[in-house]
Design a protein around this ligand. Structure first.
Ligand code: ASP
Length: 526
């Protein structure tokens, strides 16, 4: 499959590079113009026109716009559209996602559009069904489009949002100033903006949300990593008291169905802080446009009805654009167009850096001897510098974890001592006299559990081999790992058989491949 888009998935917005997204927008613009022209020949070029091309909608949470716009997009393509009814499917008999989708792919369906409460479902299925395609020698692999997964992301909403911003920016990619208002904590559409907005060269984002609805730190950091200027405000009222006000406002509703009791109790007060009031109108810069992924609640709308007829209403056009970007996305994943794309393509993350550093011991014959108390160690292993700088209590707990995960039960002890560089800093040491040297797999596992430590293999009273262990760029296929996000598809409570998988960020934290939850290296251990 050499086509730049055919058979790909979109689990998060970052699955398409900025060049690829710009290509999507250019194509969408061409489609919109073709439709406006009414010229059947121009329009026809955008259709798959294959009644056997299978598109499947699987919506396990409610939806109007996303579901119906994909349905309308599939009708436009004159393709075969099916929908799995979740209430009467074998999900209710305890069938896993993987088994369910292997069956649906077996009926020759190429594109799956999935909305779920669980997070990271599309990433998991993309990987699991690539294996399925290989096993069955298929010339194609199914595409998975995330139509919203829990509080995580909503990448196709992001596409239509960006497309609409661009229309209103007269197709100028150089800069954008946008205020994101409302439930930034639970709202997946605003989470996708942390990467999505980088389609613009220069980005200023103002986050307007009361304390309990603030944007999760991971996404704020991601915006900063992407070079955005980010400011935060607790309410619309507070935002309007300063003078640098955005000309694009993106509203989101309070996601009551995802809130716990503690937050729900405050819903009226919170709503007030993110609802636009008539008296604010005169404070807006000229030409301001409002957007909303919708729905808005008919009794308590953040965007009250008095705004509907005003020129700042951008949300109706935004919603209509949803069908258009989805027609283009489906066409690209089907391989109908896209061969002429020439920008930067998305690439799998390579596992380049080595995290097991071998320390040369041969030119230092007088390396220190390890003694456990008064007993010098002649043969065995010593793991040193464990959790340097943590409290004695934390170090002891972590050493317990290392022993149990690596099965280092048996002779020897665990000590907490002060580090050589500073008497104030503690470190842990595990002594295992007589223990066989660890295998390569065990050393990699040890690096994952306790990066920063050293492993010493002792023979004839001297350190024969010494390894300095760094944080691995990825952690997976190691027993004992678990994502702490209970909504993640890889969380053990869901019994989906998903191998937890973490990727190291530049800051040294580990983020989950499926749901993007960020963890310290200690938190990834069950
Ligand atoms: N329709 C959007 C979503 O599915 C926004 C929302 O529900 O508030 O995420």
């Amino acid at each position: 499959m050499n086509h730049p888009f055919a058979g790909r998935s979109m689990a998060v917005i970052n699955d398409f590079t900025r060049d690829e997204r710009r290509y999507v927008f250019t194509k969408t613009r061409e489609l919109k113009e073709a439709l406006e022209s009414g010229d059947p020949a121009r329009i026809e070029r955008f259709r798959i026109s294959d009644p056997d091309f299978g598109i499947y909608e699987v919506f396990l949470e409610d939806s109007t716009r996303t579901k119906e716009s994909f349905k309308n997009a599939a009708h436009f393509h004159r393709a075969k559209l099916s929908a799995l009814s979740s209430e009467s499917s074998s999900f209710n008999k305890g069938e896993s996602y993987k088994d369910t989708f292997i069956n649906l792919a077996g009926y020759d369906n190429r594109i799956f559009i999935i909305r779920s409460k669980l997070e990271g479902v599309c990433r998991w299925l993309e990987n699991a069904l690539s294996d399925y395609s290989r096993r069955h020698g298929l010339s194609w692999k199914p595409s998975f489009i995330n139509a919203g997964d829990g509080r995580h992301e909503h990448p196709t909403q992001e596409l239509l949002d960006e497309f609409t911003f661009l229309e209103d920016n007269s197709w100028d990619y150089s800069s954008i100033h946008v205020a994101l208002v409302g439930d930034l904590y639970h709202g997946r559409t605003v989470h996708s903006k942390a990467d999505g907005l980088n389609v613009f060269d220069s980005v200023q984002v103002d986050l307007i949300a009361p304390d309990v609805l603030e944007m999760p730190d991971y996404y704020v950091q991601q915006m900063r990593r992407n070079g955005f200027t980010v400011r935060t405000f607790p309410s619309i009222e507070a935002y309007l008291q300063q003078s640098h006000i955005a000309d694009k406002w993106y509203f989101t509703r309070p996601q009551l169905e995802r809130m716990g009791d503690r937050v729900l109790k405050r819903k009226d007060e919170l709503r007030e802080m993110i609802t636009f009031q008539h008296r604010f109108l005169s404070m807006l810069p000229e030409g301001t446009i409002f957007y909303h992924p919708l729905p808005r609640n008919k009794e308590n709308a953040e965007l009250p009805g008095f705004l509907d007829p005003l020129p700042l209403n951008g949300w109706e056009r935004q919603s209509a654009n949803g069908r258009l970007v989805r027609i283009i996305l489906v066409g690209l994943l089907a391989g109908l167009f896209g061969e002429d794309f020439s920008g930067k393509q998305h690439q799998e993350m390579p596992d380049v850096e080595d995290y097991i550093e071998t320390v040369n011991t041969s030119d230092r014959p007088a390396v220190k001897r390890y003694s456990e108390g008064v007993h010098p160690i002649d043969e065995g292993i010593v793991i040193d510098h464990i959790c340097r700088g943590d409290t004695a209590q934390e170090i002891r707990e972590h050493m317990g974890k290392i022993v149990s995960i690596l099965g280092l039960h048996g002779k020897g002890g665990e000590w907490v001592s002060t580090s050589q560089e500073s008497r104030e800093k503690f470190k842990g040491i595990i002594f295992r006299p007589g223990h066989r040297p660890l295998s390569e797999k065990e050393i990699r596992q040890l690096a994952a559990i306790t990066p920063g430590s050293t492993l010493n293999i002792i023979s004839a009273g001297a350190v024969k081999e010494k390894f300095r262990l760094h944080t691995p760029p990825r952690m997976y296929k190691i027993s004992g790992l678990s994502c702490k996000n209970e909504l993640c598809i890889s969380h053990p409570d869901h019994h989906e058989g998903v191998d937890p998988h973490f990727i190291k960020t530049d800051e040294g934290t580990m983020h989950c491949l499926y749901c993007d939850e960020s963890h310290t290296f200690k938190e990834v251990w069950r």
